[in-house]
Design a protein around this ligand. Sequence first.
Ligand SMILES: [Zn+2]
Length: 226
Amino acid sequence: MQKKVIAVAVFFAALLVFLTHLGARATATPVFTYASEEKCVYLTFDDGPSTVVTNRILDTLKKENVKATFFIVSDRAKSRKETLLRIAEEGHTVGIHSATHRYSEIYASLQSLLQDVTACADFIHSVTGITPRVYRFPGGGFHRAKETQFLKEKGYQIVEWNASCRDEEIVNATPQRLFEETVATALGKNRVVLLMHDSAPHKATADALPLIISYFREQDFSFCSF
Ligand SMILES: [Zn+2]
């Protein structure tokens, strides 16, 4: 009988030591360490959909089994509903960019901004059934503190970028040049949000995409979407 009591006491003592050890480990290892060290690239495309370029980009993403985020201009999507639907059906994130992409109208007031965002969101919903929550400001929102705060309060997630292939800035850039700009602007970053465009003039971006994907793969990045 006494032996049994000792055995039980030893068992609980061992359990206590084990749990204390476990607790110490848990507090010593911050939960987010791995996540912050993990390399992650978000491929983002603005200003589409276009017919040829967007579909070529989707073909590459499908072949490479990579998911991306597309920030849509809904006025341009009206005649390309199949392409918008394809983006959603193939598992990419559909984000809001604008209805019109006309800065003077969008940024005339907070009310006009909200109208533009809502029109784009409603169109996306009517075609795909998705209620989009991620948003990218036309022209970028780095200097738009007031508008950013306003849209955050409306429940939107604002997405900027910290790397770019610079396809809007460099006229007639070759795919190689867009690839090099991507590498240069992403260098040293663990979390890369890469800006690209899939509107009609950007065939070189579609051509550069396979190079860009293999580069990030070689550098051990995961492909993330919003
Ligand atoms: Zn844009």
